[in-house]
Design a protein around this ligand. Structure first.
Ligand SMILES: [Zn+2]
Length: 252
C-alpha cells in the first residue's frame, strides 16, 4: 500500500499503465547494485533513486576531481577531493528520502563482488576499466544475477543487458581477449551528454526489468552521438567462453 506522499512523489510513474501502482510497488521492493559512480553511474543512480527503486547500493573507491565535473552530475566544485560514493549517497538521499541508499567506499574486486551482487536483484556496471568489468561479469554469471553494462568514449556509447539464465553471450564473449580495449571515458575524451544517454538508458532498462517488461537480453546496442543513430547486434555465446560457455553454460 503506497502512502499519500508516495502516490504524489511517484505520480508520473503511477499514471502510466506500463508502470501503475503495481509497478511502483515492485520498484520500491527492488534492490539495485550500481558499481562505479562516474559519468554512467551518476545519471543511472539519479533516475533510479527519483523513480523510487527501494534499495540502491553504490560502490566506488574514487574521489571527485575537477575534470569529472564535466559529466558527473551528482557532484559540484565544493566536493573535489571527497569520496564519490559518499557524495552520491548524500545527494541521492536528499533527492529521495523515501528509499534506502547504501554507499560503499571500496573498489569492486574478487573479494567483495559476490557478497555485493548476491544481495541485489540487478547489477549495473558503470565502471570504466576492463578488469573490473570482467570480474563483475564473472560474479553475475556465478550468482545468476542479471547485469546491465554500458560504456562510452568520444561520441560513441554502448549498452548491453545480460541474463545469465539465457543462451546469449556474456561480456567475456564480447571482449574475449585482454588486448581488445573496451570503450573507456577516462583515458579518452567524452561528450558529456553521450555518457548521460548511456547511463540514463541503463536506468530505463532497470525500471523496465523491475516492472516486468521484456528486455532485449544479449543485444549489444551502440549509439553514435554525431549521427544520433542506434544500432543493435545480437551477441552469441562463445562455446569456448570460460564464463558462460562449455561446462559453465546455463541452459535456456
Ligand atoms: Zn561468455
Amino acid at each position: 500500500m503506497l502512502s499519500n506522499e508516495q502516490l504524489l512523489r511517484y505520480s508520473s510513474n503511477i499514471l502510466m499503465k506500463e508502470i501503475g501502482e503495481t509497478g511502483q510497488q515492485r520498484l520500491l521492493k527492488s534492490h539495485v547494485l550500481i558499481i562505479g559512480l562516474g559519468g554512467l553511474g551518476c545519471p543511472a543512480s539519479q533516475y533510479l533513486a527519483s523513480s523510487g527503486v527501494g534499495q540502491i547500493t553504490l560502490v566506488d573507491h574514487d574521489t571527485i576531481s575537477l575534470s569529472n565535473l564535466q559529466r558527473q552530475t551528482l557532484y559540484s566544485s565544493d566536493g573535489i577531493g571527497l569520496s564519490k560514493a559518499w557524495q552520491a549517497g548524500h545527494s541521492l538521499s536528499r533527492l529521495n528520502p523515501d528509499i534506502r541508499i547504501t554507499a560503499i567506499e571500496e573498489k569492486a574486486y574478487e573479494g567483495n563482488l559476490d557478497a555485493l551482487a548476491e544481495q541485489a536483484d540487478l547489477v549495473l556496471d558503470c565502471t570504466d576499466n576492463r578488469e573490473t568489468r570482467y570480474l563483475i561479469n564473472q560474479s553475475c554469471y556465478r550468482l545468476n544475477t542479471p547485469l546491465i553494462s554500458a560504456a562510452a568514449r568520444g561520441f560513441n556509447g554502448q549498452l548491453i543487458a545480460l541474463n545469465p539464465g539465457q543462451s546469449h553471450g556474456c561480456y567475456q564473449c564480447l571482449y574475449p581477449d585482454a588486448v581488445t580495449e573496451p570503450l573507456n571515458c577516462s583515458n579518452a575524451g567524452i561528450a558529456a551528454p553521450v555518457v548521460g544517454i548511456m547511463g540514463s538508458s541503463q536506468a530505463l532498462l532497470a525500471i523496465n526489468y523491475f516492472t516486468g517488461h521484456k528486455l532485449a537480453w544479449g543485444y549489444l546496442q551502440t549509439f553514435n552521438g554525431l549521427s544520433q543513430n542506434w544500432q543493435q547486434l545480437y551477441l552469441p555465446r562463445a562455446a569456448s567462453c570460460p564464463v558462460c560457455g562449455g561446462q559453465n553454460a546455463h541452459s535456456n
